[in-house]
Design a protein around this ligand. Structure first.
Ligand code: SF4
Length: 395
């Protein structure tokens, strides 16, 4: 464990990172797939930042890029003040030891031919002590740390004899046995049953508190992100479109996409069983042919015609510390870019506060329009985007 403290600055700094993959389209040509585009994010030691978004939003690729597992096309990943792209030899081995991953699927990430003890010991064989007895002791400690007991009985079992929750605990023990500082938890609870999810998240929280771990928590589930994360970054088509503290984002989401994700979170209340919830229609865009301007504009019910399909909105900071990439929210001092015919926009002017209020009024119209039409599928036409519909779903 390193001596890096909060006073030393962010433990992880993602600086304008871009990740492109290239697919061959013919013998002589390739086509770029834009998985992550121009993402910047600072993570403080001991903090949990959740990356939230649909499949294909680039969250897993970004998480892997921070572990130096996928090559980046542009930008830099700085870990404890050092560019991980410059690490070689022993320094790279040391980084691998201190930056670990917990993968989504404990059914495929654990070799079915290895016993639990061997699986947990494997990282130590590469990075840890040479003494077998010392390694055995560390394996028992790691299994007990993740509350798999009696550890002495479990070490001889094969993964297929364990439940999904137990397998994920073995994965966590594998990650924790090297005493890391930074963990990328990639959908760690999405493949296990509901009863074990909360236990695994509580376990991760306990370990974080004990060892001041830093987490990048990757999930499509905003409900778990709001309980586990300190801050939430919402990703869409490879970019961060909103970044805020977890309570801020859940209670006061600004970006239309974040609002749609929140609207889709089921509420465990029988009174809501017949209530329609507004969700955004359409599919995420093809990363090989992203729409011009804001990539969300073909699905956005409040898109500003003439602006959103042309200009990529930058991520700007609002007065409450929220960061959002949407033309509804102009940067401080900039004039409002929307048309005067939209809800609440005509009086926005160039003042940031009133522009934010107007933007929220426009953005809220998406939710209120659908909410005013409960029952069957609600088709909503906003004043700005005639062709985009929000379909209501019944949980
Ligand atoms: Fe994107 Fe425009 Fe909709 Fe904002 S209003 S999310 S910039 S399409």
């Amino acid at each position: 464990m390193s001596s890096w403290s909060k006073d030393d600055g962010p433990i992880l700094r993602i600086e304008r990172v871009t990740v492109d993959f290239f697919v061959r389209t013919s013998f002589f040509s390739t086509k770029p797939i834009h998985a992550v585009t121009d993402v910047s994010l600072d993570v403080t030691k001991g903090e949990t930042v959740a990356l939230v978004g649909e499949s294909g939003s680039g969250k897993t690729t970004l998480g892997r890029a921070t572990l130096h597992l996928v090559p980046i096309t542009g930008g830099r990943i700085i870990f404890e003040g050092t560019d991980v792209g410059d690490l070689r030899g022993k320094e790279l081995m040391s980084f691998r030891q201190r930056a670990q991953a917990i993968f989504q699927d404990p059914f495929s990430s654990l070799s079915p031919y290895m016993r639990v003890g061997q699986l947990v010991e494997e990282p130590l064989v590469i990075h840890g002590p040479k003494s077998g007895s010392e390694r055995d002791q560390r394996v028992i400690e790691a299994l007990e740390m993740v509350k798999l007991s009696p550890a002495t009985e479990l070490i001889d079992k094969y993964p297929h004899t364990l439940s999904g929750g137990q397998r994920q605990r073995v994965s966590i023990a594998r990650a924790m046995i090297l005493r890391p500082d930074y963990i990328v938890a990639d959908e760690p609870v999405s493949m296990i049953d509901a009863s074990s999810r909360a236990e695994i998240l509580y376990l991760l929280s306990e370990l974080q508190e004990r060892d001041a771990l830093t987490f990048l928590y990757i999930t499509h589930d905003l409900a778990s992100a709001r309980h586990f994360a300190d801050r939430i970054a919402v990703m869409y088509a490879g970019r961060i479109v909103e970044l805020a503290t977890a309570p801020q984002l859940v209670e006061d989401a600004k970006h239309p996409y974040s609002q749609a994700l929140l609207a889709a979170v089921p509420e465990p209340d029988p009174a809501n069983r017949l209530r329609s919830r507004p969700v955004v229609g359409g599919e995420p865009p093809d990363a090989g042919a992203l729409p011009a301007g804001c990539a969300f504009h073909p699905r956005c019910p409040v898109a500003i015609k003439g602006t959103c399909e042309v200009i990529v909105p930058p991520l700007i900071q609002l007065s409450d510390g929220h960061e959002v990439a949407c033309h509804l929210y102009p940067a401080a001092g900039a004039s409002y870019v929307g048309g005067a015919d939209s809800a609440g926009a005509s009086d926005a002017g160039g003042d940031e506060g009133s522009a934010e209020a107007a933007a929220e009024a426009r953005s809220a119209s998406m939710t209120s329009s659908a909410a005013s039409n409960p029952g069957s599928a609600a088709s909503v036409k906003s004043s700005q985007s005639e062709s985009i519909a929000i379909s209501g779903v019944t949980p």
